[in-house]
Design a binder for this molecule. Structure first.
Ligand code: NAD
Length: 506
């Protein structure tokens, strides 16, 4: 029996939700027609949370059922769809504790963090249903002349494939499918292969919310199922949150489909600029929090710090001291842990390999990230001091390792902050509003904070980035924009027609 079922966190054995029915998955994979997907508790890797053979054939089934449900879902109208989403909001609210516990079991995040994520699901529905949000896709009309009206209407794209990352396995896919459903699209959600149990819990709650069959489908799978779905000829859009490397694959698979809506929310190599006049304690707390939140596994984590030469030694010493005292442990422990383990052994190895490579290339290890002498994929916070940041060698390191470089002045700080192929989040720490106003317009990022670390965002603001971080379809408050397409309509009174020049009366 799956651990998630044994603990009462899931009602069904591993299965996909397609066309309003749960289809049970086999336990062993057959090459070419299925792939094994399994998740483990990162704090106790011997505990297998969920395991099944994901069915390739479920991709076609899900697409067909989402297509078949599309017309009825559009015709049902917005009032009906709002009511369904309000049932969804009630269910995710009444199941908040269960959602949070399963997130912690499958990702290793602290329960406090998982509770915030679980609460964000209902908040997203509320914000999406507000007039301020819906007005973005409610259109407008005007009189072209006394008999003719011009109308801008918005239409759903059709069948939307939603792909989620492991680090926010409930909140981020929810951030895509709530606006998609409200605007009349039908959805096929493919959760991360590292968090299939959370994906299935969302399927079970969607079933209780009684969306019409086929409107909301959930299929498990790894890279093979994902590739089959994102390359499927009969889907109309892809709403993706994940890494640049996967986002690139999606773009490559869809080069011949310019009309397909593709919204990409990808990674970051986020910079914090720490100016000489900053409030030191504030800068240290916010930079440490943002570098190591969720064990460095947030897209918005601070990866690079650029500190002014005048305070560099003091800042780096204090930063490393605070980082070295963070409490680390199981997400569900009674201790007030700051961070839990990484998602997998491979994730941990890649952070350690990056650290070794950087040191070989000349970086100074101020605080080495190391494994803990206990079970679980834990890593301690790490700090590297590098000479300068360089866009050619920049990459996203998804773990608790931050790099620090020194800037000679504000211009140098701006140049180093922008020395990245990514452009998701940035932070500027200075006591001077004039300095913040002077520096911020020159920072290439989609989310830029003053005296607030890069990690953390408001759902009432757009969330997205530039370069390899996104393709200008920000999520958050603007997510309705990519879920509906504007259509231009001209409407003429039935009897109002003028004979064009050169046409004979008849
Ligand atoms: P990932 O790219 O490995 O996987 C994300 C999803 O893509 C998974 O569901 C995976 O199965 C799916 N996938 C795999 N191959 C695919 C294909 N060919 N077509 C379509 N989907 C495919 O990402 P991850 O490791 O789960 O998450 C971490 C990454 O996500 C980091 O890079 C992080 O910065 C980024 N992220 C970005 C945001 C944001 O809002 N910008 C938020 C969270 C995480």
């Amino acid at each position: 029996m799956s651990e998630a079922v044994r603990r009462g966190l899931l009602a069904h054995q591993p299965s996909d939700l397609i066309g309003g029915r749960f289809l049970a998955l086999q336990t062993s994979a057959v090459a070419g027609s299925s792939e094994l997907v399994a998740s483990h508790d990162p704090a106790h890797p011997a505990v297998e949370v969920w395991s099944a053979a994901a069915e390739h054939s479920h991709v076609d089934l899900a697409v067909k059922s989402a297509q078949a449900a599309g017309r009825g879902w559009i015709d049902a109208g917005q009032v009906f769809r709002r009511a369904a989403l309000m049932r969804w909001r009630d269910l995710v609210t009444s199941n908040e504790d269960r959602i949070a516990r399963l997130i912690t079991l499958e990702t290793g995040k602290t329960l406090a963090e998982s509770r915030l994520e679980a609460k964000a699901l209902a908040d997203k529905v509320s914000i999406t249903l507000e007039a301020q949000s819906t007005s973005r896709v409610s259109g407008f009309d005007f009189a072209v002349n006394p008999t003719r009206r011009g109308i801008c209407a918005f239409r759903p794209h059709g069948v939307m494939a939603v792909f989620g990352p492991f680090n926010f396995p409930a909140h981020l896919p929810n951030g895509h499918f709530v606006p998609a459903l409200l605007t009349g699209n039908t959805v096929i959600f493919k959760p991360s292969e590292r968090t299939p149990a959370v994906g299935q819990l969302l399927a079970e709650l969607a079933d209780l919310a009684a969306f019409p069959p086929g409107v909301f489908n959930v299929i498990s799978g790894g890279p093979q199922v994902a590739a089959k779905l994102s390359d499927h000829p009969d889907i109309d859009g892809i709403l993706f949150t994940g890494s640049w490397i996967t986002g690139r694959r999606i773009l490559a698979a869809n080069l011949d489909r310019p009309g397909r809506m593709i919204a990409l929310e990808m990674g970051g190599s986020n910079a914090a600029i720490v100016c000489g006049d900053c409030h030191l304690k504030q800068a240290v707390i916010e930079c440490v929090r943002s570098a190591f939140a969720t064990a460095g596994q947030r897209c918005s984590c601070t990866r690079r710090i650029i500190v002014d030469a005048s305070i560099a030694d003091t800042f780096i010493a204090l930063f490393a001291k605070v980082a070295s005292t963070l409490l680390i442990g199981s997400g569900d422990s009674e201790e007030p842990n700051f961070m839990g383990p990484l998602i997998s052994s491979a994730a941990r190895e890649s952070v350690l390999a990056f650290q070794s490579r950087k040191v070989r290339e000349g970086a100074v290890s101020i605080l080495p990230t190391t494994t803990l002498d206990r079970e679980g994929w834990f890593l301690t916070p790490g700090v590297l001091r590098v000479q300068r940041f360089d866009a050619m060698t920049d990459e996203e390191v998804f773990g608790p390792l931050v790099q620090i470089a020194v800037a000679s002045d504000d211009q140098d700080a701006i140049a180093q902050a922008n020395a990245s192929q990514f452009g998701l989040a940035a932070a500027i720490f200075t006591a001077s509003e004039e300095r913040w106003q002077r520096i911020s317009p020159h920072i290439r990022a989609g989310c830029i904070n003053w005296n607030v670390g890069t990690a953390g965002a408001s759902s009432r603001l757009p969330f997205g980035g530039l370069g390899r971080s996104g393709n200008n379809r920000p999520a958050g408050a603007l997510s309705l924009d990519y879920c509906a397409a504007p259509i231009a309509q001209l409407e003429e009174r039935t009897d109002a027609v003028t004979l064009p020049q050169g046409m004979r009366p008849f």
